[in-house]
Design a protein around this ligand. Structure first.
Ligand code: F6P
Length: 325
């Protein structure tokens, strides 16, 4: 392998830049050319590529977002798009590819491998942490810190006004952000898609909280929550059921994806980036790097994509019930 390409795809995540940096510098360390592909698979189709060296990735380890930019390419979902992308890889003399992204990005990479036998290694990068084969994806820890910080601030005002707040967090259809940030920020209830507690149980729990002396409450809700309503509908319904509650809704939105990566994410991204390059050079392909029991390991990408899932930790659900009593 003489030329390894790297791209970021799907929703960006803090720490992606640290991963790009590690890939580029590991290539330099092992005397391999490195090609950066802009805007994920879309840039591959449009031949938007640049040669990268160790100094092209200076001063980015601390920066959120991705210097290579990201995209969710619809063209790459077509056989014609993938063929064009493959031809551009050949034209640029790229021999292997590192894909930094989530399950959608890995599915794209797998298609390339299956159709053209092109070697790829995946690096899990998404704030959602919804990838099997790793305890942590790049960006998850940073997003958690951002969410906890935001909820701490909401708690100040909730407490001052004796209010009940519904705070919606990201996670698409996975409750990892809600569950972890909810415990970290001391939420009364956490609504996640993996566990449908139902409206009645939510009301019971909120009433119990009030009766036990809590004057304000925070409920963390995963987007596409377990009760099957939008967070605004949920807030409205609770207001109608418990008219003496002063209810407010706050949607944290895309601020969860931005900001400087945590030290944990920077170190994780550096470990993943180096391992990805070393794995390709060792002849591995169609694998994903991941963190299991604090060791960086490889697992087949096939297993990493969403169909395999990465269920929430049941233990955390139990802990959250106990500590919110
Ligand atoms: O996958 C990361 C994520 O931030 C999800 O949590 C969220 O559902 C989605 O991306 C939002 O995507 P977009 O930025 O395209 O609106």
């Amino acid at each position: 392998i003489k030329n390894i390409a790297v791209l970021t795809s799907g929703g960006d995540a803090p720490g992606m830049n640290a991963a790009i940096r590690a890939v580029v510098r590991a290539c330099a360390y092992y005397n391999v050319k490195c090609t950066g592909i802009y805007r994920g698979y879309q840039g591959m189709i449009e031949n938007d590529m640049v040669e990268m060296g160790p100094r092209t990735v200076k001063n980015i380890v601390n920066r959120g977002g991705t210097i290579l930019k990201s995209a969710r390419s619809t063209d790459f979902r077509t056989p014609e798009g993938r063929k064009q992308a493959y031809e551009n890889l050949l034209a640029n003399e790229v021999d292997a590819l590192v894909v930094i992204g989530g399950d959608g990005s890995f599915k794209g990479g797998l298609a390339l491998t299956k159709e053209f036998n092109f070697p790829i290694i995946g690096i899990p990068g998404t704030i959602d942490n919804d990838i099997a084969g790793t305890s942590h994806t790049i960006g998850f820890d940073s997003a958690l810190n951002t969410v906890v910080d935001a909820i701490d601030k909401i708690r100040d005002t909730a407490n001052s006004h004796n209010r009940l707040f519904f705070v919606e967090v990201m996670g698409r259809d996975a409750g990892h952000i809600a569950l972890n940030a909810g415990i970290g920020a001391g939420a009364e209830e956490i609504l996640i898609p993996e566990e449908n507690i139902g409206f009645e149980k939510l009301i019971d729990s909120l009433e119990r909280s009030r009766n036990s002396g809590k004057s304000s409450s925070i409920v963390v809700v995963t987007e596409g929550d377990s009760i099957g309503k939008t967070v605004f509908e949920l807030g409205e319904q609770v207001k109608n059921t418990m008219p003496n509650y002063d209810v407010r809704v706050s949607v944290l939105g895309h601020l969860q994806r931005g900001g400087s990566p945590s030290c944990f994410d920077r170190v994780l991204a550096s470990r993943f980036g180096v391992k990805a390059v070393e794995s390709l050079l060792a002849g591995e392909h169609s694998m994903m790097v991941g963190l299991l029991n604090d060791k960086v390991v490889l697992s087949p990408i096939e297993k990493a994509v969403k169909s395999a899932g990465n269920g929430v930790d049941e233990e955390l659900i139990r802990i959250s019930d106990i500590v919110s009593i």
